[in-house]
Design a protein around this ligand. Structure first.
Ligand code: GLU
Length: 288
């Protein structure tokens, strides 16, 4: 099958083992399904993205031997996002929201996952004040989105119940992850999305937004299990997970880093050094 898969790290910290596992899954899926690989730097959050992190994504991936076919960076795509916003505006599906964080907390219920479910308070405002801080929300359809995950099975989820109308541009004028990722997946012709299970709950809203933006067939999805730290929590850059760079700088070989990761992820029973190609093959064998 021909198609395109993407690896889409956010340059808000150095890459850690969680990213490396995602990368192995992406490269394994590409090998298994004969897909081209697109590397996307998701620097939509300009408050947290840093040039040194962007550079380290390229350097660290190359150090391990990962190769990709094309690449893009979100900060260079303002025109594309603006065109997509205009498309939504023409359908009357965008409105400014003036609610403060506190109002959002106090006036809206929470979903099963603890997420605020915005009830659409600002959707019916008559007076629009462009000089007052606001974000832009997209109107999500009140309908069940059926989608399938190759590992986790079928999902029937209604974004109106999961999150309600969600922000596509934040108060600082930055494109949000949810919006940018949908526009990019359309723009890049992404046919397969392989990413961590922590993003699974965003999928239905992304499928809904892609439909509104004109993409009928959503990508094929696979959300892989995450590796957790010693206390059982997922690795996170915010909490300063041990970075790959620290291991690289300490002179540890790629085979050793990959061997430890494959053991932690349950792909190997015990620690054995492993080459990138063999690690990719191992992950490929675990993909349904
Ligand atoms: N940029 C996201 C991250 O680094 C990944 C988003 C995605 O794969 O959809 O966690």
């Amino acid at each position: 099958m021909a198609g395109i898969i993407r690896f889409a790290p956010s340059p808000t910290g150095y890459l850690h083992e969680g990213h490396l596992l995602s990368a192995l899954y992406v490269w394994a899926a590409a090998k298994k399904w004969n897909l081209k690989i697109h590397l996307r730097i998701e620097d939509h959050d300009q408050g947290r993205a840093r040039p040194e992190y962007i550079q380290s994504i390229f350097e660290d991936l190359s150090w391990f031997g990962f190769k990709w076919d094309s690449q893009s960076i979100q900060s260079a795509r303002n025109d594309i996002y603006t065109a997509a916003l205009e498309k939504l505006k023409r359908q009357n599906l965008v409105y400014p929201c003036y609610c403060s964080r506190r109002q959002l907390e106090e006036e809206n219920p929470k979903s099963e996952t603890g997420e605020i479910v915005y009830q659409g308070k600002c959707r019916t405002l008559n007076e629009i004040a462009s000089d007052v801080p606001h974000n832009l929300r997209v109107v999500v359809p009140d309908k069940i989105i059926h989608w399938h995950d190759l590992r986790m099975g079928d999902f029937d989820e209604n974004p109106k119940i999961q999150c309600g109308d969600f922000p596509i541009k934040d108060r600082d004028g930055q494109w949000t992850y949810q919006f940018a990722v949908c526009v990019d997946d359309i723009e890049d012709g992404i046919t397969h999305v392989v990413r961590g299970e922590d993003i699974r709950s965003s999928t239905a809203r992304q499928v809904a937004l892609m439909q509104i933006l004109g993409r009928r067939e959503p990508p094929i999805y696979l959300h892989h299990a995450l590796i957790v730290d010693a206390s059982g929590k997922k690795l996170s850059k915010r909490e300063k997970a041990h970075s790959l760079r620290q291991d690289i700088d300490a002179g540890i070989s790629p085979e050793e880093i990959l061997g430890k990761l494959c053991q932690k992820a349950g792909l190997q029973d015990s620690f054995v050094q492993i080459s990138l190609q063999n690690a990719i093959n191992l992950v490929a064998a675990s993909i349904p």
